[in-house]
Ligand binder design. Structure first.
Ligand SMILES: *[C@@H]1O[C@H](CO)[C@@H](O)[C@H](O)[C@H]1NC(C)=O
Ligand SMILES: *[C@@H]1O[C@H](CO)[C@@H](O)[C@H](O)[C@H]1NC(C)=O
Ligand SMILES: *[C@@H]1O[C@H](CO)[C@@H](O)[C@H](O)[C@H]1NC(C)=O
Ligand SMILES: *[C@@H]1O[C@H](CO)[C@@H](O)[C@H](O)[C@H]1NC(C)=O
Ligand SMILES: *[C@@H]1O[C@H](CO)[C@@H](O)[C@H](O)[C@H]1NC(C)=O
Ligand SMILES: *[C@@H]1O[C@H](CO)[C@@H](O)[C@H](O)[C@H]1NC(C)=O
Ligand SMILES: *[C@@H]1O[C@H](CO)[C@@H](O)[C@H](O)[C@H]1NC(C)=O
Ligand SMILES: *[C@@H]1O[C@H](CO)[C@@H](O)[C@H](O)[C@H]1NC(C)=O
Length: 754
């Protein structure tokens, strides 16, 4: 065995000159039956490597394994020539092979990742969001961005009351049939800072954030987009045929609630259909939170309000916008890695993570030096003409600073920091690698008399799993302002999202040199929110008769709790343990399924008022939110008709039946399928608790029929603080066409009080 590994290493080492030389080889995925693995191999990786060597004749270069698949699929991916493929066919254990199909990346490439397709599903059903108006409250817009190209758009809908507020550098031609409105709100900012002079008074985006979020939600397709070579392809918003209106209320100089409230107020008046809010205010009860207040009125008028959960994760209970009448969005990763590919002197290839915008793009054949935790600047300077390897674990920030200061030619950081995503962007040639790949690297250094490495930057690798995963930074529930409604509602891509940017705002630096670009790749729940806003716009176009609560319900009950490996979605902030609904809500948004949810949980102003009444607000506080002149609280009820469930337990030490708590939820579902239907309840249990659903069968005789049921959770969570257990209730239709899933959370986390 020892010999065999040496042989493979040797074969790869002597042939690199031939790499790339052969044009007839192409990436393939090879599926294998693992039970065929000969005993001489200690791992599948070794077995697959040997297959590659065995199928190679002298005219072929030996190619590297690009991936080893071990979960949903068993097999590997590699560049293979025709002659290798025909030899693989007769190799014992090989089941089949497939050419890697071209995934043409879109912007946000995330429309594709979410399954949106011109041929079938929500895109054609909605005319890709045709004529729906998305209002975005943000830092403004860069109107010259190709994402706001209006070629092929019909004139602005007549119902539109908005305006294009002009000013120096922002003429009336800044708006068009795509970007149909742009307004600026800064009176509050100026009132609070009387001596302040704004650098730009117009709706122009001098930051980039607003251009990014608005183009993600409703940007036109831009072909040939790329960010310094990363993420090449067509950049498209989620609802490319929608109209966009910008309400600038976030300024470089600051942001005030008064301006935000004014912006939402105006947007409702102007006639938007969806409001996208990649912003939020922490620690405020509803009646003090301008977003909660303004979005109530919007909801009353049938406008869908979507907001970000915040970037305060991974600790529980720090979520904002946990408001029952809006949709709260958590952030997940995409199956795409921006990579620095490391090729070791022995031919082994490692895909690290890196966004580095500088040159050279290829750092060739330098000695590889292990430098411990890379905090000794003097030693780093002495070895600067090499690729230094840093084992950083927790001190990644300190190590990257020191390496940068030492002006090392290139560096590799071995880390499993749950926040490592925040370090992916380098202003010097650096790459993050996992501890597993780090071990390979260190073994190679230790076993080689002259270890070397070559680095290739600006590589984008698609199809990487597992994805999605909940991002560490994404704020977790329960909602501070409203713990009895499970929040966040849903997850969408938020990590390393590619979209348009303001050309007046830097996208990064190389050394101390600032760079500019029409696109940028950034992360946050700010980026996940406009994905859901875009999908909501598509649903508004496809289902004009649905209320905001119905649209939210459709998105939530069809969301996926599984990743692309068909495993439960993982939480990076919990070191890869399965994510709970307090992190991901109902799961990852599935736009095409949301078009046809089967049943929905509807709720309107009356329901929210009953809920507010039961939540111990004063009449005056309720009036602030509802604008009612008199509030009738006779029907007070905590049973808001919500498509998810959260129950709080004390965490007692008891096994006695008398100490069991009972939580009861009442819900009503509406059949939005075309015909009569029968649904049965399927409960996925919550550890240690008894859950019953009554009735457990619902019969609907026609479209829009409503049926009610009760969910009872009984028992006690034993003696644990901050315990979060979860399960689900799924209504499954007899014909197998629909699964209407609601997460159930039981927790002893008591949260914070306002
Ligand atoms: C807008 O899009 C059209 C059609 O895709 C294209 O021909 C035109 O050049 C674009 N305009 C700008 C300013 O990018
Ligand atoms: C504003 O400017 C005036 C006059 O220059 C000064 O007296 C005052 O203190 C300033 N106010 C603030 C809030 O800085
Ligand atoms: C880095 O390693 C050195 C030497 O092993 C050690 O003295 C130092 O405490 C380490 N620094 C950190 C931040 O871990
Ligand atoms: C390489 O070195 C590591 C120690 O760093 C050792 O455990 C491993 O067995 C060596 N591998 C080979 C093939 O010699
Ligand atoms: C590499 O070898 C050195 C000396 O033999 C040893 O101290 C070190 O722990 C080894 N590193 C790894 C990663 O095995
Ligand atoms: C971009 O920024 C520069 C300097 O910050 C400024 O002079 C210029 O007017 C800005 N351009 C626009 C279009 O706002
Ligand atoms: C409302 O207040 C009462 C009395 O203080 C309390 O028992 C109840 O739990 C409160 N309800 C909510 C939803 O906070
Ligand atoms: C629960 O039981 C543990 C030991 O099983 C004991 O240490 C603890 O004090 C008990 N707590 C309560 C609240 O009874």
């Amino acid at each position: 065995m020892e010999l065999l590994i040496k042989l493979i290493t040797y074969a790869i080492t002597i042939l690199p000159a031939l790499r790339c030389a052969v044009a007839d080889s192409a990436m393939h995925i090879v599926y294998v039956d693992k039970s065929f693995m000969p005993k001489v191999f200690s791992s599948h990786h070794d077995w697959y490597s040997s297959m590659l060597v065995a199928t190679t004749d002298t005219s072929d270069p030996v190619m590297d394994l690009m991936y080893v698949y071990d979960n949903v699929a068993h097999g590997f991916a590699a560049r293979l020539s025709q002659s290798q493929l025909s030899r693989l066919e007769t190799t014992p254990g090989v089941l089949s092979y497939h050419a890697d199909t071209l995934v043409k990346p879109d912007t946000t490439y995330t429309p594709k990742f979410l399954g949106l397709d011109s041929g079938i599903g929500l895109w054609p059903a909605s005319g890709r969001g045709e004529d729906v108006i998305i209002g975005v409250v943000d830092t403004g817009v860069w109107p010259e961005s190709a994402s706001f190209n209006d070629t092929g758009f019909s004139p602005v809908p007549k119902r539109w009351h908005g305006a294009c507020e002009t000013g120096p550098g922002f003429g009336s031609s800044s708006c068009n049939n795509k970007l149909i409105g742009a307004r600026a709100f800064n009176k509050g900012l100026l009132a609070n800072n009387p001596n302040l002079t704004l650098s730009n008074m117009t709706p122009r985006d001098t930051d980039g954030h607003g251009t990014h979020t608005s183009s993600t939600a409703g940007g036109s397709p831009v072909s040939g987009a790329s960010f310094f070579g990363y993420s090449q392809g067509t950049a498209s918003g989620l609802a490319p045929q929608a109209r966009v209106a910008m309400y600038k209320a976030l300024w470089d100089e600051g942001a005030y609630t008064s301006d935000i409230l004014a912006a939402i107020d105006q947007a409702v008046y102007d006639g938007v259909d969806v409001i996208s809010l990649s912003l939020g205010l922490d620690g405020l009860p509803f009646y003090k939170d301008p977003v909660a207040i303004a979005s109530y009125a919007a909801m009353e008028q049938g406008i869908i309000v979507v907001a970000s959960s915040g970037n305060e994760g991974p600790d529980l209970g720090l979520l904002h916008n946990g408001t029952p009448w809006l949709t709260t969005v958590a952030a997940t990763t995409v199956n795409r890695v921006f990579s620095g590919v490391i090729r070791l002197g022995d031919g082994t290839s490692i895909n690290g993570e890196s966004i580095y915008l500088g040159k050279p793009v290829v750092v060739k054949n330098l000695p590889l030096k292990f430098m411990g935790n890379c905090t000794d600047k003097k030693k780093l300077k002495e070895t600067r003409h090499s690729v230094v390897v840093c084992d950083v674990k927790k001190y990644i920030g300190l190590a990257t600073q020191t390496v940068k200061a030492a002006k090392v030619e290139a560096s590799l950081f071995i880390t499993d920091d749950i926040f490592s995503e925040l370090f992916v962007r380098f202003s010097f040639p650096g790459v993050l690698i996992t501890p597993q790949d780090g071990a390979t690297l260190l073994d190679y250094i230790n076993n080689s008399s002259n270890p070397t490495a070559t680095l290739h930057f600006r590589q984008t690798i698609l199809g990487v799993g597992p994805a999605p995963q909940v991002a560490t930074y994404s704020s977790r529930g329960p909602s501070v302002s409203c713990p009895n409604v499970l929040k966040p509602d849903i997850s969408a891509p938020g990590s390393l999202i590619f979209a348009s940017w303001s050309q007046n705002s830097t996208v990064g630096s190389v050394g101390s040199h600032e760079l500019y670009s029409p696109f940028n790749i950034i992360s946050g729940t700010s980026m996940s929110c406009p994905h859901v806003s875009g999908v909501a716009a598509l649903l508004r176009a496809a289902r004009p008769e649905w209320t905001p609560a119905m649209i939210r319900s459709a998105m939530m009950t069809t969301a996926s709790s599984l990743d692309n490996m068909m495993d439960p979605i993982k939480d990076i902030g919990m070191k890869g343990h399965p994510a709970t609904p307090l992190a991901m809500g109902s799961g990852q948004i599935e736009p095409n399924k949301a078009l046809d949810p089967g049943l929905v949980y509807d709720a309107g102003p009356e329901d929210y008022i009953k809920f507010l009444c039961a939540s111990n607000f004063t009449y005056d506080q309720i009036k602030i939110i509802t604008h009612l002149s008199s509030v009738d609280c006779s029907g007070a009820s905590q049973d808001l008709n919500y498509p998810s469930f959260i129950a709080f337990f004390e965490g007692k030490n008891t096994s006695s039946l008398t100490d069991r708590a009972v939580k009861v939820f009442r819900r009503t579902v509406t059949n939005v399928g075309d015909n009569e239907a029968t649904y049965s309840a399927v409960v996925k249990g919550v550890k240690g608790l008894l859950i019953t659903v009554k009735p457990d069968k619902l019969v609907f005789t026609k479209k829009y029929d409503k049926q009610s049921f009760e969910v009872r959770i009984e028992g006690q969570i034993r003696n644990r603080k901050e315990e979060v257990v979860h399960g689900s209730l799924t209504w499954v239709d007899d014909k197998g066409n629909h699964e209407v899933r609601s997460p159930i959370v039981a927790t002893t986390f008591s949260g914070y009080t306002l």
